[in-house]
Design a protein around this ligand. Structure first.
Ligand code: ZN
Length: 149
């Protein structure tokens, strides 16, 4: 288990140092802002949605390693997915980091499973889920700032 944990930490570190899709997306037709006042994490998410599919995605912002790595992996994970698929992934991810539905196989989460350790640090759950809450707001097109509080 400790080897696995180390691998997870390396992945999170890698994504936090070199976040994927870290840019303002030209041609975005949906955006949303997210804020986690508990930690100071901020994110602006840009989506290009066509025919209910997330064709393009990018984000900007600042925050802790967990929030950056989570946003980076979230954007990688939902690109090319439909709105419903992205929503299902969010629910699975949320269960993972909050420790709900423990018995379920995290394999379908792919590399997002690296965040399973977050459930041991409740204060970090909001860091890990901020980008996902922001994604949902962008998909719903509410155009308001999401706060984890
Ligand atoms: Zn944070």
């Amino acid at each position: 288990m400790s080897d696995l944990r180390e691998l997870y930490q390396q992945l999170i570190l890698d994504h936090s140092k070199k976040p994927r899709n870290f840019r303002k997306l030209e041609g975005a037709n949906r955006t949303a802002d997210g804020h986690n006042p508990l930690c100071g994490d901020e994110i602006t998410l840009y989506l290009q949605v066509e025919d209910d599919v997330i064709r393009g995605i990018g984000f900007q912002g600042s925050g802790c390693a967990i929030s950056r790595a989570s946003a980076s992996m979230m954007t990688d994970s939902v690109k090319g997915k439909t709105r419903a698929e992205a929503q299902r992934l969010f629910e699975r991810f949320h269960d993972l980091v909050t420790g709900e539905n423990e018995g379920r196989d995290p394999a379908d989460l792919g590399k997002l499973a690296v965040f399973s350790g977050v459930k041991e640090f409740p204060v970090r759950v909001k860091c890990a889920t901020l980008s996902w809450h922001t994604l949902r707001a962008a998909l719903e097109g509410k155009g308001e700032t999401v706060s984890t509080e």
